[in-house]
Design a protein around this ligand. Sequence first.
Ligand SMILES: [Mg+2]
Length: 447
Amino acid sequence: MTENTTDNLNIILPHQIRITEIQTHDIRFPTSLEDLGTDAVHIDCDYSATYVKIFTDHPKLVGVGLTFTIGKGNDLCAACIDFFKPFILNKTIADLENKMHSIWRQCTNHSQLRWMGPEKGVVHLAVAALFNGIWDLISKYHNKPLWKYIIELNTNDLLDKLSFTYLDDAISRSEAFVILENKKRDVAFSKKNIIKNGFPCYTTAAGWLGYSDEKMTKLIKNALANGWTHFKMKVGQDINRDIKRLELVRKLIGPNNILMIDANQVWSVHESIEYINKLKKFDLYFVEEPTNPDDVLGFRKIKDAVPEVNLATGEMCQNRIMFKQFLENGSLDFCQIDSCRMASLNEIIPIMLLASKLNIPLIPHAGGVGLCEYVQHLNIINDLIITSNDIRLSEYAESCAEHIENPAIISNGHYVTPLKAGYSAIIKQKSLEDYNFPSGKYWKSVL
Ligand SMILES: [Mg+2]
């Protein structure tokens, strides 16, 4: 399996390097033109990124972070980041590392902005972009890929950076400490394995709802030829069409490959039970987001009514507190954390730890802009130092990779372990210029 080479800044960087400037960019790609990302409720996605650049007084050290949106509203996230700049500007790398949690709480618990959330929606997406950039910056400073920086941190240093606020009734810091320390005993062996073999993933790219049967058939055949064994299809616009499509997909992939479906929240609880009963004959590995992403009790009712079918959710689970409820209530079977909806690793890792405590497998959400690049790090962190669950799987949906300088690499249905310094997901300079909204070259030509 191909490996990336490790970046080397070839400089010794003092810990007193300061943050000098933070730039935000509203970047939108016109993916609605090709029906990319279409599902039961999102019919015209323009895959977008609120993109943050964090400059330091060292010209070679720049952190980049993003959150993912699907077009309109991306400007709101960008504007929101401006409110957080005073908490970050002029801080040193040492400040960011040593006071990470208090800075994160200044943002997530801002005394006025919290009225807009708290810890959800636009404000939380903005924190995600900013802190994805801060983690990128710190790991670049240490000249390590993010996953390596995290797994090599002293356990207490890592826990100091995370937020267990409102989680401590479900998992205590000492429980988290024990999970990490126990798992770290095998870390050297696991690291070699994951660098050699990568991390398994499934593809969503063939199953967008706006695709014709012909296009879907062609994409599935290509995917099979490239070694994919796990496929996810979108459903939820019309149950009879869903049945016909799944008949076709099952025929194409055969009885032994894995099939899962995603309804993107379109059904009520009653409809979910009725339709899952009609679709379960296709041997579904899981049904994703059958109903509203906040309906913890509704998910549980569906599970109780159709216990033989697994449920997955999380890409629109707005924060760690909501995940706590899904996990503790047994309302999901697969925990699909999202790297850009949750406010970065600060609350993602605590949820991974809680899922590990409850022995619930993690299958992160990916696709969009930058999500595949981010989750490859999260998968490795979870696999090497957190979970003991046997299920190892992640989503992959190739999209906008042509705009990413260092896109996730897939080989035979596996993410190839990234070895360059940072948290990946750097958008090419030309793409930043062309697709800046609304003043970039592309948007000026069509608006
Ligand atoms: Mg989904």
